[in-house]
Write a protein that binds this ligand. Structure first.
Ligand code: CBY
Length: 434
């Protein structure tokens, strides 16, 4: 009799072990930690070009837990992030502020006092409110996007601030158009939403009088979003594209009760990512910082865990490699590419640039040759330069317009600062709606 009685408890125990087990199975083993060195090398930059780059890197390093001898690096990053807040004040988008809070709040350090003294969570509540007001005024379009709204809810939830769970349940319904960018389900966005909703559902369950209806609808949203994320899995294991796979892995780690083991081969995903790393694919700080935590089994939900962040397997944290500077010794040859600006009409030009140039160099060269047709403006974002206007026509979130980048008619999965152009490329910037 006895063993049968215990079975349900055993089942429960095993069930509660699933999420952490899944991370451990997929974690990069200590033996191959050197394969992560290129990421750490990319993340540590002498100068970060956007306000959130240093926050992204700080959050990532704190989550994975690095060796004590590297603490000065962490301290310098934290100082930079705090300076940003003091310099920029409220002139940050909601998601940027949320990311900064996650980075400063990670691992319970003295930075928590800074969050408190500067009332950062109160400011975030206001910014989240402003996003909702904008949605009411502009046909459901937020000031920023749903990736950032998810970051907002995640930060508010992790730091136990007030927000309406009914609003969250309504806002994050899987059929909402904001999960789609250019008609395509955005894996990054869906994954960040799963992290936020998981935090909300876990904290609802802890409350004595759970709001059953909200909880049920939030759990249904998580289930649907996980399905949508898994349906973007490619043959090689990537989910969406290379740059959304890290967020997708985090989402799948925290939601393992919503899919079966056969639906995701985590090792395959990890191995493809490791091989991409060895080919230099994650060569900008944001890309490196976002892929590192899930490779070590960490997620953004670990930010406020009780135990301070230490490396998942206990005793051997990563250390930052000594920078190897590579000085190019070759003199570049010239390549020629075709470049067009498309609005209703197409404006084209052939330009010559040194080999090794990126999309932005082509745009600059075209602008030099014809400052009317090819003039453009650019802003520094987390992932590098972002084109805000061409020929004076400016992207606008309220009407979901932007300048889309294409090569050979296909949308690029890299920005203007990182896409390396090839001889004979047919590059386009296309006035589009997402
Ligand atoms: N982060 C954000 O607010 C951005 C959220 C994000 C989903 C983001 C991808 C994912 C991430 N991890 O940060 C996102 N992109 C969004 C929301 C957008 C839209 C921005 C406008 C808005 N409403 O806020 C928009 C306009 C649809 C968009 N991205 C455009 C583009 C193109 C930029 C072209 C330009 N004008 O300069 C581009 C190049 C796609 C194209 N072919 O035109 C693009 N994005 C790309 C490639 C990317 C990926 C970058 C990968 C890389 N190696 O550089 C991306 C990671 C990201 C940044 N976009 Co958007 C998605 C991917 O490929 N997985 C939070 C905040 C705190 O920083």
């Amino acid at each position: 009799m006895k063993p049968t009685h215990q079975l349900p408890y055993l089942g429960l125990l095993l069930f509660s072990l699933i999420p952490s087990q899944l991370c451990e199975i997929c974690e990069v083993s200590e033996r191959v930690h050197v394969q992560l060195d290129p990421l750490l090398d990319t993340m540590i930059q002498p100068k970060y070009t956007s306000v959130t780059q240093s926050a992204d890197v700080l959050l990532s390093l704190r989550l994975i837990g690095i060796q004590n001898q590297n603490q000065t690096i962490i301290e310098a990053l934290s100082q930079q992030v705090r300076n940003t807040v003091e310099r920029r004040g409220l002139d940050l988008s909601s998601g940027q502020l949320a990311l900064i809070i996650l980075a400063l709040g990670a691992c319970h350090t003295h930075d928590e006092t800074f969050i408190f003294n500067q009332h950062l969570l109160g400011h975030l509540e206001n910014k989240f409110k402003a996003e909702l007001e904008n949605m009411e005024e502009y046909d459901g379009n937020p000031l920023t996007n749903y990736y950032q709204l998810s970051q907002d809810v995640l930060a508010l939830c992790l730091f136990n601030r007030t927000y309406s769970t009914t609003t969250v349940a309504k806002l994050f319904a899987p059929e909402n158009k904001n999960y789609y960018l250019g008609g395509q389900f955005s894996v990054d966005t869906g994954a960040m939403a799963v992290l936020a909703l998981t935090c909300v559902s876990r904290s609802l369950k802890e409350q004595p009088k759970a709001q059953e209806e909200d909880l049920e609808s939030i759990e249904n949203h998580i289930r649907s979003l996980v399905k949508m994320i898994l349906s973007e899995k490619k043959e090689n294991g990537l989910i969406g594209n290379m740059f959304s796979t890290g967020a997708a892995m985090q989402a799948l780690f925290v939601s393992s009760e919503y899919y079966s083991e056969s639906e995701w081969n985590c090792q395959e995903t990890r191995n493809t990512i490791l091989s991409e790393i060895s080919q230099g694919a994650f060569n900008i700080p944001a890309a490196a910082a976002q892929i590192l935590p899930p490779l070590l089994g960490k997620t953004y939900l670990d930010v406020t865990k009780d135990s301070p962040c230490t490396y998942a397997s206990g005793n051997s944290p990563l250390s930052i490699p000594v920078r190897t500077t590579v000085t190019p010794t070759y003199s570049p040859s010239l390549i020629s590419v075709h470049y067009s600006v498309k609005i209703n009409k197409t404006y084209s030009i052939d330009v010559t640039v040194p080999s090794g140039s990126v999309f932005l160099d082509v745009m600059k060269e075209a602008q030099k040759e014809n400052g009317t047709l090819f003039r453009f403006t650019v802003e520094q974002e987390e992932w590098g330069p972002y084109i805000t206007s061409v020929q004076g026509l400016t992207a606008n979130n309220n009407d979901r317009t932007y300048w889309q980048l294409l090569s050979g008619g296909k949308p690029l999965s890299q920005g203007v600062g990182s896409y390396a152009v090839h001889n004979g490329d047919n590059l386009e910037v296309l006035w589009s709606k997402y």
